[in-house]
Design a binder for this molecule. Structure first.
Ligand SMILES: NC(=O)c1ccc[n+]([C@@H]2O[C@H](COP(=O)([O-])OP(=O)(O)OC[C@H]3O[C@@H](n4cnc5c(N)ncnc54)[C@H](O)[C@@H]3O)[C@@H](O)[C@H]2O)c1
Length: 328
């Protein structure tokens, strides 16, 4: 990707005050883009104004909701790129309140796409999809050819959201693609609870000097450092080879949760964890082992994760040692 791809380009990021959206915003500002961040800042979700400290004077912030079709109609106009990241991200919340998840992760996606169809047909859209849509894997590593069989309401709605993007690309010519993210971590992630990921809560407790709980430590997972996820999104936006496709992201290594916990404690220079087990309501939607085959994005866009797990964890811990109080 040439950095010039984003110079002076108008870029809208939905969910732009959240974890990945704000990291993406920082990178796009560096690349010379004119960035607008749309975020609802609903307190239970991951948006945080502190996330844009340092770039706050160089981006436009629009506090609105992707469920509001009127806001979307106005905001998509004149944008060259849309990074569509706004979402309800908690799997458990989607089980307790399926309608809100449906409204945000599914219905609002049609509003966004309709706004583009009616008011900006030349926009390029990158949608943040998720590995959750595969459900419990039949084989590992999971490639894009794996059956989609989500294990929770969030997965069903994200799957629909993803496919609306691909459908609008194929049928209406609104250029769009989707990246299926796996566990993403790094500075600005949500750490006050496990709503975004268990790893956020582990990091908070470790920084506070408290023990964290590891449930069924032999489960396998892969992790993407947020800088690598941002790079993939920029490549997907800039490269025509991504158009109309859904591509997996992955990590540089596959670890069990126990190995992850040990590494985290080691990188932190100390700390403790205790063994626990899944509460029954979590167990019912758990997908077991997962790691991605990301060879397709590697060959299509030349993407590879660059930041190893050890370095990524060290950088994340260092960020929260400095800024934890802004995230509680
Ligand atoms: N972090 C991960 O590990 C991961 C994994 C797979 C997929 N994803 C996807 O990536 C995207 C970004 O995730 P994140 O980790 O940065 O989470 P996040 O919660 O930090 O960011 C999502 C943002 O969307 C905003 N938002 C939620 N509902 C909204 C609405 N109705 N209108 C406007 N804004 C709204 C939130 O305020 C938040 O700032 C999500 O769509 C998520 O499904 C993330």
């Amino acid at each position: 990707m040439s950095p010039a791809a984003f110079q002076d380009k108008n870029v809208l990021i939905t969910g732009g005050l959240g974890f990945i959206g704000s990291n993406l915003a920082c990178r796009l500002v560096e690349l010379g883009a004119q960035v607008t961040l749309l975020d609802s800042l609903i307190p239970e979700y991951g948006g945080n104004l502190f996330n844009i400290t340092g770039i706050e004077g160089r981006v436009k912030v629009n506090i609105s909701d992707v469920r509001d079709a009127h806001s979307m109609r106005y905001l998509v106009q004149d944008q060259h790129y849309l990074f569509n990241l706004a979402g309800q991200t908690s799997h458990m919340d989607s089980m307790h309140d399926p309608y809100t998840d449906l409204e945000i992760n599914c219905r609002a996606q049609i509003s966004i796409l309709e706004a583009c169809r009616n008011h900006n047909r030349d926009i390029k859209i990158v949608f943040a999809s998720t590995r959750q849509i595969y459900g419990k894997p039949d084989f590992l590593p999971v490639s894009e050819d794996h059956l989609l069989r989500p294990a929770d309401v969030n997965g069903v709605n994200k799957m629909a959201g993803e496919w609306y993007h691909i459908l609008y690309n194929n049928v209406f010519g609104i250029t769009a693609c989707a990246l299926r993210l796996t566990n993403t971590y790094g500075p600005r992630m949500r750490v006050k609870d496990a709503r975004q990921t268990f790893l956020g809560l582990w990091i908070r407790l470790l920084v506070e000097g408290r023990p964290f709980e590891v449930w069924e430590g032999d489960q396998l997972r892969d992790f993407t450092f947020v800088e690598d996820a941002v790079e993939a999104m920029l490549l997907a936006a800039a490269c025509e080879q991504a158009n109309g496709r859904s591509l997996n992201l992955g990590g540089d290594s596959v670890v069990s949760l126990k190995e992850l916990a040990d590494l985290l404690v080691e990188v932190n220079g100390g700390g403790e964890y205790v063994a626990g087990s899944y509460p029954p309501d979590r167990k019912r939607i758990d997908i077991g082992d997962y790691y991605a085959d990301f060879s397709r994005i590697r060959s299509a866009l030349g993407w590879d994760p660059r930041v190893g797990l050890r370095e990524g964890l060290a950088r994340t811990l260092s960020y929260y040692r400095q800024h934890l109080e802004q995230y509680l």
